[in-house]
Design a protein around this ligand. Sequence first.
Ligand code: NAD
Ligand code: TYD
Length: 343
Amino acid sequence: MKVFVTGGAGFIGSAFVRLLLGSSRPDAKRPSLVVNFDKLTYAGNLENLAPVADDARYRFVHGDICDAALVNQAIAETEPDVIVNFAAESHVDRSILSPAPVFETNLRGTFTLLEAARLHKTPRFLHVSTDEVYGSIPVPDDADEDYPLRASSPYSASKAGSDLLALSYFVTYGMPVMVTRASNNYGPYQFPEKLIPLMISNAMEDQPLPIYGDGMQVRDWLYVDDHCRAILAVIERGRAGEIYNVGGSRSLPNLEVVERILDTVGKPHSLMQTVKDRPGHDRRYALSTEKLLHETGWQAEMPFEAGLRTTIDWYRANAAWTARVKSGEYQSYYQRNYANRAV
Ligand code: NAD
Ligand code: TYD
């Protein structure tokens, strides 16, 4: 199998590439070629791929998924059996501060890839999406794949739009497109703008931990390797034209997650600092993953406690990685997002 991955230098994409090429998979299931097509935005980092960089089956192409000529050329050269689209502007807070790149990459980029896949008759196209397209889910609901789309942020609206676009290529052109919608991921190599790595990093540096509003917003936490195994299960056993939710079945309020981080890192709860809430903040995400279990047999394996410990251990052992990604642009982003937020 030849796999064309976009956004493979990011958090989840790089975990997927490492899983594809790693030794944990049986020989027969390992791909003959993995092409990673990535623009290397602030979130893309080739260091995340150091474990596979010298693998003869791995190739990197530096490019933007909005660049139709380059995308077409790379797909023509690769002749992939499957395209897995991870490339995105992936952060809600950044999408609120600057929505333009979000719509450019998440919508126009997905469109450009779909057109290239149509031209080259790629046998499978998996579009990686998010539970945020369902918006805030009232208790006691769990959103299944037919739940209404009620995106709240520019990020989630762009993902909802790209999901619909991808699925329209199945309906209109009969293209074998599948969409996965995962809950909040966490694990090693996550950029420290998202809740868990930001809180670990700030706790380790004795910096304040900014809690939006009352901190009682609920997220369903999914270990990144479980997500990557779900994507493989959908590629191997999913049906074209279908959507599959991927959840960790571990719902927790943010305050509880942050308190656990402080306890594990060994820092006082007094480091938590309530700040002004995020505009349009979704209160609760909750997913039904029955369909994925029923059709592919996939289940999340990593318990949250063990996953969080592994993640904290990784950030402890890789302080130099964090220091590098936090230098430069990160500092101005942090200022823009967190300055003037005192309550
Ligand atoms: P990330 O921000 O860590 O990485 C995104 C990657 O895409 C980076 O390597 C970046 O360089 C690349 N990229 C961005 N714009 C590009 C462009 N125009 N052309 C080519 N490459 C480009 O993101 P992530 O957290 O790994 O998320 C990956 C995917 O999973 C996204 O589609 C996101 O919407 C989805 N998702 C993420 C989560 C989560 O909790 N992080 C949950 C559900 C779904
Ligand atoms: P985040 O990791 O940005 O993911 P998402 O918004 O996609 O769910 O945020 C997870 C939760 O943590 C969300 O409810 C917002 C909250 N949060 C904070 O309270 N403080 C922060 O500094 C960040 C980044 C997030």
